[in-house]
Design a protein around this ligand. Structure first.
Ligand SMILES: [Zn+2]
Length: 451
């Protein structure tokens, strides 16, 4: 790369963005050690600003306050705030125009339309400000720093990014970041992938757990060896099962780091240096963990749904957003690192991972499948549940194990877990529907709610 090329690359917009990024980065670094009270005061001030802004500018929230017969000034305590109705995915989907300020089409505002496929495969569209991406990035890199991440180190990304050329890899301009294709991982290509990895010796692997799982299964089948040990493996976007963590750790001999984020930016929580609990960033969003009665979950191990309020999105304000993510409470601060953050653990799949029984009641299928810890489980590349009829599911399995053996092992296991309430059939197939971004879909629910 010549110096001329490099100078062309430096645009004023990039310098401005970098400055904003560093401001946020430094703020997060310092404020992560604040006391509980300091963090809460920060959140509360941001919530007040957001409520006032939304009341003045966003038709949906104007109507909400009107229906409540209240004004933002009436929200004086957290208890008052928790009386505000939830924002649901359905509302965002059906009434997005009402969730935007009237001037959102004004180019000066630079609102960015964003869609997420989610695990249901149904897109949800909303708007963000350019600053939201910068903020997100600053939080993300701060949390990866807990396991030694540095921006300029060799990183291999094995996620959903399509590779522009026909090749299996490509290198990002002016960085040491490599993109590996998740879509061409086959036994015919595996040697090329492993040779490339051993040659690059990346310090960080940033992966979808399902993609790395496929790579490892092919690696083990091939008898090839990994000859380096990265500083950390960074796993986000999909849930990371215990067997995957152990497998990744064993094969790469390194720390496997997990975080939970959401495209809607209402929650961001990552593990810390010395614990596997997810620590929710209080400077990013206000997170409530609520049980089915809407009560705050405060007992260790008790589960609840994550309700999040993003503190920085003034394009489409998400206030008390029902995320659909279920987590178990793991404390109000971390004794190991000292951060005064809400902590949760074992994301139990998503509430939309619901199947219907023959009497039309619902059953969360995620925990029933993901709580399994059997050795042969790691021989399975993917599981996909398909439901077409109430009371019955098809379990599609992509595996490198002996199919007869797997049927013998899985049938009693599934029978014990849900066989009494749900008929199931096993189908072996490597042809599974994925999201547009290449993410694995756990449940293909072809029945409508209330089926
Ligand atoms: Zn901690």
């Amino acid at each position: 790369m010549s110096i001329i090329h490099y100078i062309r690359y430096i645009k004023p917009q990039r310098i401005y963005s970098r400055r904003l990024f560093l401001q946020w980065f430094n703020f997060i670094e310092k404020s992560q050690w604040w006391t509980k009270e300091e963090l809460f005061n920060y959140q509360w001030n941001k919530i007040k600003v957001l409520l006032n802004y939304s009341y003045k500018n966003i038709p949906y929230y104007q109507n909400m306050f009107k229906a409540l017969g209240a004004f933002p000034e009436d929200i004086k305590t957290l208890k008052d705030f928790q009386k505000l109705p939830y924002l649901t995915k359905e509302i965002v989907k059906d009434r997005i125009e009402e969730l935007l300020p009237p001037n959102y089409k004004n180019k000066k505002n630079n609102f960015k339309y964003f869609t997420t496929s989610g695990s249901t495969g149904q897109p949800l569209g909303f708007y963000l400000l350019p600053i939201n991406d910068i903020i997100e990035n600053a939080f993300m890199i701060q949390q990866w720093r807990r396991v030694g991440f540095k921006e300029n180190r060799t990183t291999v990304i094995l996620r959903g990014e399509p590779i522009k050329t026909d090749g299996l890899f490509y290198k990002q301009r002016l960085s040491d970041t490599w993109y590996f294709s998740s879509f061409r991982l086959t036994k015919y290509n595996i040697k090329i992938y492993i040779d490339k990895l051993n040659n690059l010796r990346p310090e960080f692997l940033h992966v979808y757990p399902s993609s790395l799982n496929v790579l490892i299964n092919l690696l083990l089948e091939s008898g090839l060896k990994i000859t380096f040990s990265p500083t950390a493996i960074l796993c986000g976007s999909e849930s990371l099962n215990d067997f995957q963590r152990e497998l990744f750790q064993k094969v790469f001999n390194t720390r496997v780091y997990r975080w939970l984020g959401s495209a809607e930016q209402t929650t961001l929580a990552g593990e810390c240096e010395s614990s596997f609990n997810l620590h929710a960033w209080p400077q990013y969003s206000y997170v409530e963990l609520l049980n089915e009665d809407g009560q705050e979950v405060k007992e260790f191990g008790e589960s609840g749904e994550i309700i999040g309020t993003n503190l920085h999105n003034f394009a489409t304000p998400f206030i008390r957003y029902k995320s659909g993510d279920i987590a178990t409470y793991a404390g109000n601060s971390c004794r190991k690192c000292g951060r005064q953050f809400l902590m949760f653990d074992s994301i139990k799949g998503r509430t939309q991972d619901i199947v219907y029984l023959s009497d039309h009641s619902t059953f969360p299928i995620g925990p029933a499948i993901f709580g399994i810890h059997e050795d042969y489980w790691s021989l399975i590349n993917f599981i996909q549940i398909v439901q077409n009829i109430p009371g019955e599911i098809i379990i599609k399995i992509d595996t490198r194990a002996d199919k007869e053996l797997l049927i013998q092992k899985l049938t009693p296991l599934f029978n014990a877990r849900f066989g009494r309430i749900l008929k199931f059939s096993l189908e072996f197939s490597s042809d599974m529907k994925k999201t547009k971004n290449g993410k694995h879909i756990f449940l293909i629910q072809n029945l409508k709610p209330g089926s």
